[in-house]
Design a protein around this ligand. Structure first.
Ligand SMILES: [Fe+2]
Length: 380
């Protein structure tokens, strides 16, 4: 081993709390000793694939006695521990300069507009159950476009659960595991009436509103009741272009949402426009029927309300909003944090209208996608 003495200059320079190393791309990068010791490849179990090393048990701060590059590995001989780390330079290249690990599920979103209906990605229930590559394409469409239609659904409760389980678990809300959208005699929610339901995201009064919504159409023979959908990413990006200050207010200010009836009183604060770690629009939280009294300072409302209303009007604009009739046997699957949905009024006595719905988790969907399309860090 070509070990360099402490403090020497060259491809590696040892310091008190970390070391500098020149990586194969010619850049000189600093790495902290705690980080290098904690992430030593020997810290991870090849069986559980979890970290089995516990850095809290080190008695002294880790410090390199010697270090050298051997082939494509950085070899560190630790000062106060009988341990040698062999760290691949490829790992250092990922994390140099605060880098973020590549995520195959971090795909660019593609905005869609009012003419999108015929282009919606469609998959059949039998196809998804039989073919994992179809599941990967389905989830990819969910990540990129935020909305898909699953056709040929069995007319059963179990059929919906089977579909959800292809991407994750049924994620309960405070309403329970499943919900039934039809006219109720004593409605607790506008959805359970025959009235029009404005574009919204669901359960904004929860701290973490569910990520993926499933609406399984079991019957739809009423007059009216067209479904309406808009892409929050398309609208928010258009809004950003015409009103940057309004966009800033809606993406940085938390406002209150509520959902209250005899036995519950849910409340949360959310931002109307949600940004991802790249600063791109990831989605929305919006619901006129669950918006609480906005409790910002009244003078701030001089700016907030006009921006909020300008954005809300854009959501309803013809160029963004799809209108179509859901058919029995179809299941709409969409990102509840991105796609706003609603329906036009219908005549409750003109026929049957029954949608059965539930939710899954966004992160769990992305997890399933990564497992289907990538090697992962530890797969043998
Ligand atoms: Fe809804």
């Amino acid at each position: 081993m070509n070990i360099m003495p402490s403090g020497s200059f060259g491809p590696i320079e040892l310091k008190e709390k970390g070391l500098y190393i020149v990586l194969p791309d010619g850049t000189r990068n600093y790495f902290n000793y705690y980080w290098l010791r904690d992430n030593c490849p020997s810290s991870f179990s090849s069986v559980t694939r979890e970290r089995s090393f516990d850095i809290f048990h080190l008695e002294t701060a880790p410090r390199a006695a010697r270090a050298a590059i051997e082939g494509d590995v950085l070899v560190i001989d630790w000062a106060d521990e009988d341990h040698v780390t062999h760290m691949p330079l490829s790992v250092l290249a990922i994390y140099s300069d605060g880098g973020i690990r590549h995520d195959p599920a971090d795909l660019p979103r593609k905005a869609w507009y009012s003419d999108h209906y015929s282009a919606i990605a469609r998959f059949s229930h039998p196809e998804l159950r039989a073919d994992k590559t179809a599941v990967a394409r389905w989830i990819e469409a969910m990540i990129v476009e935020g909305l898909t239609i699953v056709t040929d659904m069995p007319n059963t409760n179990a059929g919906l659960t089977e579909l959800v389980n292809l991407m994750g678990q049924v994620r309960p809300t405070f309403f329970g595991d499943y919900f039934d959208v039809k006219t109720h005699i004593n409605p607790t929610n506008t959805a359970y009436t025959a009235a029009a339901l404005e574009l919204h995201t669901d359960t904004p009064a929860e701290d973490y509103a569910p990520g993926i919504q499933f609406l399984h159409c079991r019957a739809n023979s009423v007059e009216g009741g067209l479904s309406i959908y808009s892409d929050g990413v398309a609208v928010a990006n258009a809004f950003r272009a015409i009103d940057p200050e309004g966009f800033r207010l809606l993406s940085e200010t938390d406002i209150p949402f509520y959902c209250e009836h005899d036995s519950y009183d849910m409340r949360s604060r959310q931002r109307v426009i949600e940004l991802d770690l790249h600063g791109e629009v990831a989605g929305l939280t919006i619901s006129q029927h669950m918006l609480d009294y906005i409790d910002l300072p009244q003078q701030m409302l001089d700016d907030y309300y006009p921006a909020f209303c300008r954005f809300g009007k854009m959501l309803q604009a013809d160029r963004f909003m799809m209108r179509f009739l859901m058919k029995a046997g179809e299941c709409m699957v969409f990102d509840n944090h991105r796609i706003v949905h609603g329906r036009l009024a219908y005549s409750a006595t003109s026929g049957d209208r029954y949608l059965r719905g539930c939710y899954a988790d966004r992160a769990e969907m992305r997890s399933t996608y990564r497992a289907l399309v990538s090697e992962g860090r530890f797969k043998p």
